[in-house]
Write a protein that binds this ligand. Structure first.
Ligand code: CO
Length: 497
């Protein structure tokens, strides 16, 4: 290997060492850290973030990458890495170290204020922190630069190439096609799902979830699962991928589907090329592609009849009293009930996209200056009324429900919907290319599907963009119609439309 390229690799790995140490501190903050340590942790994170910024924007690194970008003897993966790293470097150079430290301090403080505000159901406790984060993010849009809409600068951090223009088209289609579809469903008497809300003992739920993780081939020698307020996945390298979940003793679905969802994320991280640690080719492509992996396992696999043909008998064995009179068919219908609800993370596959759209519209209005942070609760409640017909009663179940804004993550939510739409398109392709797939899932065997995802998506890392990946894997760019057809067919059967 070219010695300059070797030097670039070791610099990138040093940056990764700091980045993942930071991630470990953040994981600990959300999983185990005693709350008294919060102010110290905030400083520790901010200091490390400053060091990380220093490393990733060092002039020597830039010089090295510029030299390498003119080197035509590099292999194609090597030049893809240089191109992508140089793009990130150019963005990093736009930030001052002071800005990075201030942002990280505000995020840590914001996260703690949000937790407190959510517990006490008091938006005012979060408001000054939220305002501060929005101000900093506006500054960030200006630092990064954008075309047409400041929100594009934020979107690009999570989904390179995404724009408000594209998203407006997609969400227009969501509105136009899904609003009447939900109306059709609401006029029907839905399946009975009361048996999902009996008492399900914590320890037994945990065991059931762990068995599902094993069945889906989560590698426990390269990962672990813990409990946190808000389920998430993080990783420190491909051999250490951590998922979290939460357990609600009165709801069979909450932990279960968060386990499957986060496992989908984790399988992607565990499937990235471990030898490319620290390089774009060893990292996930974009957040929408990440989410496509979690949604594919959660919905296309985990909410399918085939999956429960295998797993429902196991659920009946662990919870005999709760499920003894329930048939597999009624269980399948129950886990797929479509019902407008307040909480995004537990929403069904159809109404879910309204939760995302509401946040997208509000974020766009915030960054356009059409509304301010103090007006968020009212604006939020109004949209829930307009789109989902729901009267939001308290902010903990409304504007305070998600952690993202406390992390300063604006522009993140749209990737959830894009991810679901990619998931369907990928899954339809997998079904065509793997004739035995449905039989496999009926027998609890997911090896073949995982191997397909590893080969077509995971192993690619970030050596191309989401649009190109989608074209290579499915033969087309992202089409909302795949999702729409899937929804019509599945729910047409369940609701006998
Ligand atoms: Co996710």
């Amino acid at each position: 290997m070219n010695s300059l390229y070797q030097q670039y690799v070791s610099e990138m790995q040093k940056i990764a060492d700091v980045k993942y140490t930071l991630a470990l501190l953040q994981w600990d903050q959300e999983v185990y850290m005693p709350s008294g340590s919060a102010p110290y942790r905030a400083t520790q994170i901010a200091t490390l973030a400053g060091i990380l910024h220093g490393f990733s924007s060092a002039d020597e690194l830039g010089g090295l990458m510029k030299k390498l970008s003119d080197d035509h003897s590099l292999q194609s993966k090597e030049s893809a890495n240089i191109k992508e790293s140089l793009r990130n470097y150019t963005d990093q150079k736009k930030y001052t170290t002071d800005f990075v430290i201030e942002m990280n301090k505000s995020v840590s403080a914001g996260f703690n204020a949000w937790q407190n505000a959510k517990t006490k159901n008091d938006f005012k406790l979060f408001l000054p922190h939220l305002q501060k984060l929005i101000d900093l993010k506006r500054k960030e849009c200006d630092l990064l630069g954008y075309e047409h809409h400041p929100y594009n600068a934020l979107l690009n951090q999570f989904e390179p190439g995404a724009t408000t223009t594209q998203l407006d088209v997609i969400f227009e289609e969501v509105k136009e096609k899904l609003v009447p579809f939900i109306q059709l469903i609401r006029n029907k008497k839905g399946p009975d799902d009361h048996f999902l809300n009996q008492h399900f003992e914590k320890a037994k739920q945990w065991d059931f979830g762990m068995n599902i993780l094993k069945q889906l081939n989560f590698d426990f020698t390269s990962g672990r699962q813990d409990i946190s307020t808000h389920p998430f996945t993080t990783n420190f390298n491909a051999k250490d991928v951590r998922v979290t979940t939460r357990i609600n003793e009165n709801d069979f679905c909450e932990m279960l589907f968060s386990c499957i969802h986060e496992t989908g994320h984790a399988l992607y991280e565990q499937g990235l090329p471990a030898e490319d640690y620290g390089l774009p080719s060893g990292e996930y492509l974009s957040l929408a592609i990440h989410e496509s992996q979690s949604r594919l396992w959660e919905n296309n696999v985990g909410r399918s009849k085939n999956f429960w043909e295998y797993n429902f008998p196991a659920a009946q064995k662990i919870f005999p009293d709760q499920f003894k009179t329930v048939s597999m068919e009624s269980f399948y219908n129950a886990i797929n009930v479509v019902k407008p609800s307040f909480i995004r993370t537990s929403a069904d596959e159809v109404t879910y996209h309204f939760h995302v759209m509401i946040r997208y519209e509000l974020e766009k209005e915030l960054f356009q200056g059409k509304i301010n942070a103090a007006e968020l609760p009212d604006a939020w409640n109004k949209k829930y009324k307009d789109y989902l017909g729901l009267e939001v009663k308290n902010d903990s179940e409304g504007v305070l429900q998600d952690v993202h804004w406390s992390h300063g993550s604006f522009g993140y939510f749209p990737t959830y919907s894009l991810g679901s739409f990619y998931a369907v398109q990928f899954y339809e392709t997998a079904k065509k290319e793997l004739p035995g797939l449905e039989e496999d899932i009926k027998s609890g065997n997911h090896q073949q599907l995982l191997a397909w995802l590893r080969k077509n998506i995971h192993s690619k890392g970030r050596t191309l963009n989401a649009d190109d990946l989608c074209k290579i894997v499915t033969g087309e760019t992202l089409k909302f119609d795949y999702f729409y057809q899937y929804i019509m067919k599945k729910y047409g059967n369940i609701y006998q439309l």
